[in-house]
Design a protein around this ligand. Structure first.
Ligand code: GRF
Length: 214
């Protein structure tokens, strides 16, 4: 048996609220064998999310789970954990998921939940920093570089250990839209590369590096 075929694929559960272009890049790279992983389920709080359609097109279980289906936040949290457990998910990838993650999930998947943020954390993160606002803040600051960050998720917004970052230039002519587009292209590459490194043991999610930012 070759070394490649002996490698166990990492089982991913992806949570996404909207378009899901990162999800699509991950699915495509998994299917092409470029990353040692497979997307086992996709969960969205938004029943109209294109992310759910993308999953269905690839015959991946697609679940719409939102607060109004449950009596409490705890029940919603439990339901999401149940779906992830049912699909034997090893690592959870947040890809434009606009809802806060519950405590049952952070404790069941401690150091196993990844998020992608469209700027270089620890700057330009925290509650309320998402989408266009992030890029506007970068442009306003006069920074000459931006780029995606992949980090572990804990109880605090955009706070967990940084696993990977990639820089792109900020151009004097940039608008939030042109900068977002440049960053998003790198997000698609960086998320898959990081997942593959985790699958191959090149990134150890349990390793304490002590550099979790404040
Ligand atoms: C990305 O910019 C990501 O950094 C942020 O949400 C956006 C999701 O985009 N967390 P898409 O739905 O994957 O296209």
């Amino acid at each position: 048996m070759t070394k490649k075929s002996a490698l166990k694929k990492l089982r991913l559960g992806v949570l996404a609220s909207h378009g899901g272009s990162n999800l699509q890049a991950i699915i495509d790279n998994c299917e092409a064998g470029r990353i040692a992983a497979e997307v086992c389920c996709v969960i969205s709080n938004n029943k109209n999310a294109t992310a759910l359609e993308r999953a269905r097109r690839h015959h991946i279980p697609a679940c719409h789970v939102c607060r109004s289906q449950f009596d409490s936040d705890e029940e919603l949290d439990r339901a999401i954990v149940d779906i992830l457990n049912q699909h034997k998910v090893d690592v959870v990838c947040l890809a434009g998921y606009m809802k806060i993650i519950g405590q049952q999930m952070t404790s069941r998947y401690r150091n196993r939940i990844l998020n992608i943020h469209p700027a270089l954390l620890p700057r330009f993160g925290g509650e309320g920093m998402y989408g266009r606002r992030v890029h506007e803040a970068v442009l306003k600051s006069g920074e000459r570089e931006s780029g995606p960050t992949i980090h572990l998720v804990d109880e605090i917004y955009d706070h967990g250990r940084i696993l990977a970052q990639r820089k792109v230039p900020v151009l004097p002519t940039d608008t939030p839209e042109t900068l977002a587009e440049r960053v998003l292209k790198e997000e698609h590459r960086l998320y898959s590369e990081t997942i593959d490194k985790i699958a191959r043991g090149h990134i150890n999610l349990d390793e304490y590096t002590g550099d979790t930012h404040e």
